[in-house]
Ligand binder design. Structure first.
Ligand SMILES: NC(=O)c1ccc[n+]([C@@H]2O[C@H](COP(=O)([O-])OP(=O)(O)OC[C@H]3O[C@@H](n4cnc5c(N)ncnc54)[C@H](O)[C@@H]3O)[C@@H](O)[C@H]2O)c1
Length: 282
């Protein structure tokens, strides 16, 4: 199922205050959609919405913690109240906490899985029934990652959340097809994109950095991430690929063809019974 034109749609984007989410909101609004921008970071969200409004965009910011099911239910209700039935849902909000797996705390796991995995689950549960019921063409984009196909050290909770988002999206693809629904789904699997995800700790519940991992391994992971992200893809290019996928009804949206050998290498190791390979491309 495709959504041939974003113009005139109601779109909802989570994590819309920064990075890929902001680029999606900017692109959809520029193409003539009404955009509900959801994010947990209040000042950044207001600024982001103001930037788009100044250009004449129809946007509506809603402060939302996607790990909170009731908050996502309220977001769905407000989106319909303000802009009408939802045609395009981007479950995009995400955070990363890194470090050696055995040094990570229960709070680290709960936070990353709460946002990256439960955020997607809540989004699907809260929005899909309405999107199916209105009967017009509609589309869901779940942001996973290349890390949903290839594992990397220091990223266990992040990888677990993204592998799960890929699995959920694949299940949903089959369910939507089998039920002949008007809704399509894509899973966005970016490689490195130049965003603020290296400073995810800014959005940890409770504020401050009290629960942030403080060991040497955590510092190494953040430094590594900041370095590679700074030379990553422009988020606007990711948004353009998403719009193409929504129009064409493409399921997998990979952004970095040069990183795909890592996916092949992993599949090869599984099939041949080899140990996991550490990809130098990631
Ligand atoms: N940047 C990359 O290289 C990259 C690669 C693959 C996948 N991704 C994924 O892209 C998505 C967007 O991340 P980004 O790179 O643009 O990072 P970013 O930090 O620039 O943007 C993420 C946004 O999510 C928001 N957010 C965090 N916790 C939230 C919560 N509980 N509820 C609602 N919003 C919340 C943040 O405030 C922020 O505005 C994430 O799912 C991330 O995992 C990013």
């Amino acid at each position: 199922m495709t959504l041939p034109d974003v113009a005139g749609c109601t779109a909802v984007v989570t994590g819309a205050a920064s990075g890929i989410g902001f680029a999606l909101a900017e692109r959809f609004a520029g193409d003539g959609a009404r955009v509900v921008m959801a994010d947990v970071e209040a000042p950044a969200l207001e600024q982001a919405a103001d930037r788009l409004r100044e250009r004449g965009a129809q946007v509506h910011p809603v402060i939302t913690d996607v790990s909170d099911g009731e908050a996502v239910d309220a977001l769905a209700a407000e989106a319909v109240d303000v802009f009408g039935p939802v045609h395009l849902l981007c479950n995009n909000a995400g955070v990363g906490a890194g470090g050696l797996t055995w040094e990570l705390t229960t709070k680290d796991w709960e936070w990353v899985l709460g946002v990256n995995l439960w955020g997607v689950i809540h989004g699907l549960r809260a929005f899909l029934p309405g999107m199916l019921a209105h009967g017009e063409p509609a589309h869901v984009v779940n942001t996973a990652s290349l890390a949903g196909h290839v594992s990397a050290p220091f990223m266990a909770p992040y990888g677990a959340s993204k592998f799960a988002v890929v699995a959920i999206s694949e299940a949903l693809f089959h369910e939507l097809a089998m039920t002949g629904s008007c809704v399509g789904v894509s899973v966005l699997c970016p490689g490195w994109v130049n965003t603020n995800i290296h400073s995810s700790e800014r959005n940890r519940p409770g504020g401050g950095q009290a629960d942030a991992p403080s060991g040497e391994s955590a510092g190494m992971a953040v430094d590594m991430l900041r370095r590679v992200l700074s030379s990553g893809m422009d988020p606007a290019e990711v948004a353009a690929l998403v719009v193409d996928a929504v129009r064409e009804g493409a399921f997998y949206v990979f952004t970095h063809p040069d990183m795909m050998p890592a996916v092949e290498t992993r599949a090869g190791a599984i099939l041949q019974g080899h140990d996991p390979q550490l990809s130098m491309n990631l």
